[in-house]
Design a protein around this ligand. Structure first.
Ligand SMILES: O=C[C@H](O)COP(=O)(O)O
Length: 263
């Protein structure tokens, strides 16, 4: 049986100045021992302005560093954008791609997300590819159709490009129903598991058995310390992507502790 390491990933979104991010890392020192369970990867995806220097500080408390977005081009005239190499320079091991807020407010397309996924893997970063349906899509019974479309393009491109790591499942897929993000209305664990099963079967069908077994699938949407276990106990859910509840040290540490307690 494949053992997939659990992932507790905080997405700070557009919160925390450099000073606030440093203070968070400093406060984590007190919890250092709780943040290094062998069964869990703890990760913070910080705003671009806080990335410089944060990786080193987080490393001391066994927390990895990630970014929330990147451009697919190697370099060029893309005002305001950031490349994979630039993120690597800053010590990012992970990058969130295709978050619903990027899709909704910055018109990020499925194709762009697919290209970025290949670029991130080529740069040896772990992409966290976000998929999920809106409320109206859910009410129309289109959850599986939407997730299959969003992911289908990514998987086809990974297969075509034989992207490094993809066949070993060295990437993460986050199922985040849009209506559950920041709303306090989380998906039922069973519904999340059903979508995770679909996602794993899509990965297996396109990239093969090994990729399907290895890919980590996480749930996101109003996850808190008191409900994270219900998701991570599901057989196809390997962790969580957390917004609001990752912003306070006590809550972030509690999320990691809750997941570590399951193993
Ligand atoms: O990336 C994280 C998600 O958007 C979830 O955010 P939330 O935990 O605040 O609902």
């Amino acid at each position: 049986m494949t053992i997939r390491k659990k992932l507790v990933a905080g997405n700070w979104k557009m919160y925390k100045t450099l000073h606030e991010a440093d203070a968070f890392a400093q406060e984590l020192v007190e919890y250092r021992d709780m943040l290094s369970p062998s069964s869990v990867d703890a990760l913070i995806c910080a705003p671009f302005t806080a990335l410089c220097g944060l990786g080193e500080k987080l490393k001391q408390v066994h927390v990895k560093l990630g970014a929330q977005h990147m451009h697919e081009a190697e370099q060029g005239a893309w005002t305001g954008e950031i490349s994979a190499a630039m993120l690597q320079d800053l010590g990012c091991e992970y990058v969130i791609l295709g978050h619903s807020e990027r899709r909704q407010f910055f018109a990020e397309s499925d194709e762009a997300v697919a290209k970025k996924t290949c670029v991130a893997l080529d740069a040896s970063m772990v992409p966290i590819v976000c998929v999920g349906e809106s409320l109206s899509e859910r009410e129309a019974g289109a959850t599986q159709t939407v997730v299959s479309r969003q992911l289908g393009i990514v998987l086809e491109m990974l297969q075509l490009q034989k992207a490094k790591g993809a066949l070993d499942g060295a990437f993460v897929i986050a199922y985040e129903p849009v209506w559950a993000i920041g709303s306090g209305k989380s998906s039922s664990a069973q519904d999340a598991q059903d979508v995770a099963t679909l996602i794993r079967s899509l990965v297996t069908a396109t990239l093969g058995q090994r990729a399907g077994e290895q890919v980590r699938i996480v749930y996101g949407g109003s996850v808190k310390p008191d409900n994270i276990q219900t998701y991570v106990q599901q057989p196809d859910i390997d962790g969580a992507l957390i917004g609001g509840a990752s912003l306070q040290v006590a809550s972030f540490v509690a999320l990691v502790e809750q997941v570590a307690a399951l193993s």
